[in-house]
Every structure is written in structure tokens, then in C-alpha cells.
Design a protein around this ligand. Structure first.
Ligand SMILES: C[S@@+](CC[C@H](N)C(=O)[O-])C[C@H]1O[C@@H](n2cnc3c(N)ncnc32)[C@H](O)[C@@H]1O
Length: 208
């Protein structure tokens, strides 16, 4: 990992270790159930949930469906809440600290790898995508949910990005996960003259 990416990782860790994610988690938890309904999760499926937070979207519901679940996150700040939630749900989940771009698991360790709005915060998307694929066994399934550039949350991130200093080369804004450079431009910095962000999800072709 290059020095600028390491610095971004440290910032990412600081951001996600502050505030109270567990208070926000219930608002997006229903997405996890919708994701799980589309995945081959059965008794003893080895499932890794990346960027698990307090586990309420995927890790704990997957364990309730019988999967052998590991929840991993760049910070352990939400693991006490995760343990409490798992205990209340009557399930066992392993909680492990790990960066999506450097997952602390052996190749082919899991049948299913998921992330609901966690993997997309790794500053280097290609590195995170490689890691998700590396730890998933051949023929396994990767299921991801992302905030997109055209959605409200994606728009919020893009506008906030317009007020930040330009990121180091190689940084990929979270809502641009999966976007190709010919479809979406990276948000431009804030226009000081206008006093408001000039960021736009501009592109020559709208998403389909
Ligand atoms: C929006 S929250 C989603 C949490 C959880 N998946 C859920 O649905 O409630 C984003 C989560 O991703 C984690 N995260 C951010 N960057 C990460 C990274 N590079 N690697 C692993 N986890 C990361 C944060 O700590 C946080 O728990």
C-alpha cells in the first residue's frame, strides 16, 4: 500500500471509529434481509460480511439463517454493540478487525462474501474487489450493496467531497464503486468564488 493510500486508510479508520454507527444501523438493516434473500445462504454456509459495523444488516441475520458467519470491519468500535445484538438474537458470530483492502483471511475461505455499504469505503476499489474475490472460494458468491452516485446518499457524499481538499491520486470516492471513468467523473473541488460546491455527477451518459 502506498503512503498516500495508507494515510487515507488511517483517515478512514478515524472517521468510522467516531460517531455512533450502531444508532444509524437500523435504518439500513432491511437492505441486508433483501440481499440475503438473493444469496445461497443455508445451514453451515461460510459467510464473511465485510464492513459489518454492528452486524445488524447481514452478519446477525445470516447467522440466524444457520450460516457460519464472520463479521469483519476496519474498526472494532462497533463490535461491543455487535456482540450484544448477536447475544440478543441467540447466535454466534466471529468478529474480526480487517481492512477490506487487506483482508486477514486465507484464500478461498468463504462460500459467500457480502458487504452492505462497507467495502465501498476502501479508498482503493480495485484492491478491495481483489480481496473480496480472493477470500471467496471458486464458484462462491459475492453480494454487495452500494450507495450509487445518483442516489440521495451518493449525492450527499459527492457534495461533501466538493468541500474537501483534493484527495491523493488513486483515491476512489465511495459512491463511484463499480463506475467506469467513461461514465462518471470524479467530483471536482469546491468553487471558492461561488462559495458552494461545484461537484456534480456529470457524465456523458446517464446510468441505466
Ligand atoms: C455505512 S457503514 C455499514 C455497516 C454495516 N455493513 C451495516 O449495514 O450496518 C460502513 C461500515 O464500513 C466500515 N468500513 C469503512 N471502511 C472500511 C474498510 N476499508 N474496510 C472494512 N470496513 C470498512 C465502517 O467501519 C462501517 O462499519
Amino acid at each position: 500500500m502506498s503512503d498516500p493510500m495508507r494515510l487515507l486508510r488511517e483517515r478512514n479508520l478515524a472517521v468510522w471509529s467516531s460517531g455512533d454507527w450502531d444508532e444509524m444501523a437500523p435504518f439500513i438493516a432491511p437492505v441486508g434481509a433483501r440481499l440475503l434473500d438473493r444469496l445461497p445462504v443455508a445451514s453451515d454456509t461460510r459467510l464473511l460480511d465485510v464492513g459489518t459495523g454492528s452486524g445488524s444488516s447481514v452478519a446477525i441475520p445470516a447467522a440466524q439463517r444457520g450460516a457460519a458467519v464472520t463479521g469483519s470491519d476496519i474498526t472494532d468500535a462497533w463490535f461491543p454493540a455487535a456482540r450484544r445484538r448477536a447475544e440478543e438474537a441467540g447466535v454466534d458470530v466471529k468478529w474480526e478487525v480487517g481492512d477490506a483492502a487487506e483482508l486477514p483471511f486465507a484464500d478461498d475461505s468463504f462460500d459467500v462474501v457480502t458487504s452492505t455499504f462497507g467495502h465501498m469505503f476502501a479508498p482503493g476499489h480495485a484492491a478491495a474487489a481483489s480481496e473480496l474475490a480472493r477470500v471467496c472460494r471458486p464458484g462462491g458468491t459475492i453480494g454487495l450493496c452500494c450507495w450509487t452516485p445518483q442516489g440521495k446518499v451518493g449525492q450527499m457524499f459527492i457534495r461533501l467531497g466538493g468541500h474537501m481538499p483534493p484527495p491523493p491520486e488513486g483515491f476512489q470516492p465511495p459512491p463511484l464503486w463499480g463506475a467506469t471513468s467513461d461514465r462518471w467523473s470524479v467530483p471536482r473541488p469546491c468553487s471558492a468564488k461561488a462559495g458552494r460546491p461545484s461537484a456534480r455527477t456529470s457524465s456523458s451518459s446517464r446510468p441505466r
